[in-house]
Design a protein around this ligand. Structure first.
Ligand SMILES: *Cc1c(COP(=O)(O)O)cnc(C)c1O
Length: 330
């Protein structure tokens, strides 16, 4: 894996080539984008983080007077980042993404499934809506969902999670089929200097080789753990796509992603689980090969139940993980 780190490339006969200054484009980003574009069925752009990708959507596709409808219970950083544009005249409203988006929305922001509530958007209702539809598919990964095929205009990933998969890179991705939007978003990325660095883009490309294997394994294990947790006396609620939802029963064939959340009695019980886990890391983030767990109340405040634990299932043996959860809950 050779990484071209030079920030400049000489012009040829006085003419700049595709790669002339790293902030606009560089070979490692281009290689990763080729692969990501094929996975999503569109043209991809890599960013320094998922949040940088969100910022590019906001700067590129919003304007004063525009109304954004954002999925209730989606990644809390997304809602708070979009709300930073309110003083510039952007209106932000939250809505239940399992139903129709609000009529007046110019841009509809969905999360499939939402983190940490695991609600699933009604993609058909959003596609029928006149607004621009952005789907954050971080928790699905393109292995399980390709939103552009369901009528989304832009798909977003925090590549820090499943796409990177090893908790060793911070990156974001946008993909679209619309040439004009692609150009606009790429211009914003260049103007704000939010492209992923060459080493990061190369690591991301490496990770994509095992994406499908990882996500399939994580999904199978997560489904099994979700079922066992649902039967555990110390657990009051389990959230996992398709679990207890007959319309989504097809997802229960092999599972749908490695992310789930569950509730224990209260904050104290959640803290006890965090302190007792041994194999499972008590850490934030998700999508890595190592399983992590954390109570989300510390970051998200009252919007999440105090006993809510978010579990991101890795690739370890299911029995090893269950033994750890059982002793931690015991
Ligand atoms: C983590 C996350 C983000 C933000 O991504 P960063 O890479 O941390 O900036 C956005 N959306 C979802 C669903 C996430 O889980």
């Amino acid at each position: 894996m050779t990484v071209e780190r030079a920030t400049i490339q000489p012009y040829v006969d006085g003419v700049p080539g595709r790669f002339f200054y790293q902030r606009y484009d560089h070979p490692s980003a281009a290689a990763a984008e080729e692969e990501l574009g094929a996975l999503e069925g569109g043209r991809a752009l890599v960013f320094a983080s998922g949040s940088a990708a969100t910022t590019a959507v906001a700067l590129g596709l919003l304007a004063p007077g525009v109304a954004v409808a954002v999925a209730e219970g989606c990644y809390f950083g997304t809602t708070s980042l979009l709300r930073r544009f309110e003083p510039w005249g952007v209106e932000v409203v939250e809505f239940d993404q399992t139903g129709e988006p609000p009529a007046g929305a110019d841009l509809v922001w969905l999360e499939a499934p939402s983190n940490p509530f695991l609600s699933f958007p009604d993609l058909a209702a959003a596609a029928a809506h006149p607004g621009i539809v952005v789907v954050d598919a971080t928790a699905s990964s393109p292995v399980l969902l390709r939103p552009l095929e369901h009528g989304a205009d832009v798909v977003l990933h925090s590549a820090t999670k499943y796409l990177g998969g090893h908790s060793d890179l911070l990156a974001g991705v946008l993909a679209t089929r619309d040439e004009e939007r692609y150009t606009r978003l790429k211009e914003v990325r260049g103007a704000t200097g939010s492209i992923a660095a060459p080493d990061v883009a190369a690591l991301l490309l490496r990770s994509l080789k095992t994406l499908e294997l990882r996500v399939r394994r994580q999904s199978e294990t997560a489904l099994e753990l979700a079922r066992r947790l649902a039967a555990h006396p110390a657990v009051t609620t389990v959230r996992y796509p398709g679990l207890g939802d007959p319309r989504a029963a097809r997802w229960l064939d092999g599972g749908f992603g490695g992310l789930l959340s569950f509730d224990v009695a209260d904050a104290e019980a959640a803290l006890r689980v965090e302190r007792r886990v041994r194999t499972i890391l008590n850490a934030t983030s998700l999508g890595g090969v190592e399983t992590t767990i954390e109570a989300r109340r510390r970051w998200e405040g009252e919007r999440v139940p105090e006993g809510l634990l978010r579990l991101s299932v890795g690739i370890e043996d299911v029995e090893l993980l269950w033994a750890d959860l059982e002793q931690a809950l015991g």
